[in-house]
Design a binder for this molecule. Sequence first.
Ligand code: S3P
Length: 456
Amino acid sequence: MTAAAHTPTARPMTASRSPALSGTLKVPGDKSISHRALMFGGLAIGETRITGLLEGEDVLSTAGAMRAMGAEITRHADGTWTAVGVGVGGLKEPDAPLDLGNAGTATRLLMGLVAAHPFTAFMTGDGSLRKRPMARVTVPLEKMGAQFVTRSGGRLPLAVQGSDTLTPIEYVLPVASAQVKSAILLAGLNTPGETSVIEPEPTRDHTERMLRHFGAEVRVEETAQGRKATIVGQPVLKAADVVVPGDPSSAAFPLVAASLVPGSDITIQGVGLNPLRAGIIDTLIEMGANISFENRRTEGGEPVADLRVRAAPLKGVVVPAERAPSMIDEYLVLAVAAACAEGVTEMRGLAELRVKESDRLAAIADGLAACGAKVEVEGDTCRVFGTGKPPKGGVTIAAKLDHRIAMAYLVLGLVSDEPVRIDDAATIDTSFPGFDKLMNGLGAKIVRETANGGPV
Ligand code: S3P
């Protein structure tokens, strides 16, 4: 991969081979939970206090959108946030298009929420979000009675014409997607009767857990077709405080970095370990990673622990397709670990990677090959041929407005023979503001370049 064109705001970053990482850190709050806390707090009657909210750009987009629709969302000096809600069905028509930046979760969940309100809203986003498929959400919401006008291929910008007299549906998800499931359940929130989603492969269940936390009736049962989640429409949501655990998807980067950089020993505090999110940890342990769980507890209805990670030699494994939903955001950094492991890692069931913030299957194949690793993609299976030694590096990787491309290849640069440069790492701020500083605090060598090319 070669460098993308330099924009005036591009923020290149370079990672170089680093000494052992050590120390204790906290990663920012869980992105999925943060979006939902603002949305549900913005609907619930009373004041919801949110502790540990991720203050990344994606979540700030949700805060902005909820404010534009009448919710009172405030950041306090101590870093906590409060939301005073409008009541289920009480959102008001935004008087300008909602710009959701890079945030697919914000867009799809808000499409569901807005669909069940009797007004029209316009949504758009950045160059990455405007490429992503939205038909997976418009199709079921149209079945309920909402109307959409989208750009060709079901892309943003789009207009939602909602209604408060939608018809409840029972919908079998054609793709394993928590965003689609959540959009339908959130449309069901202001729809009389019971709305159900059946998922052949279980996906993250933060929506179900948190709606219950706010007082909604959500039933979950196993059926012959898969896991079925049902929401009973038009509940009174009541304010309920939320403690946001550390994001396991963000923790994955220091986790892999400490596993790879020889001699490392770090502790990541307060990592959310929802079983539907923890696939990366299971996989790294199968590969031989030395991870121990300390101080296990429950915070805000989610299992949490401190993770102690020590460097260890990794070996290739087969990652089954059924595991994909529980680690869907972690394949880039897993592929980096696989490139440094001994033997072949085969990752199956990766079709969804093609429609993330960028085509991440291509980002794995092209990026690792550019760094000197052998990679093979066949359909939705990807094989990384590890040699037991980190690949050479010495290239610039285009981040393509994808925060996880940027962070994954910076992790690789901490162990590759030659530095790895990211053409524009500003995108990291969508999910992990301060990533480089936090990693450098452990001993990593990540430098930001100034406009004239020198290190900051
Ligand atoms: C998310 C679901 C996943 C994940 C995304 C966050 C969520 O997307 O990739 O980062 O919060 O529901 P899909 O549902 O499209 O797989």
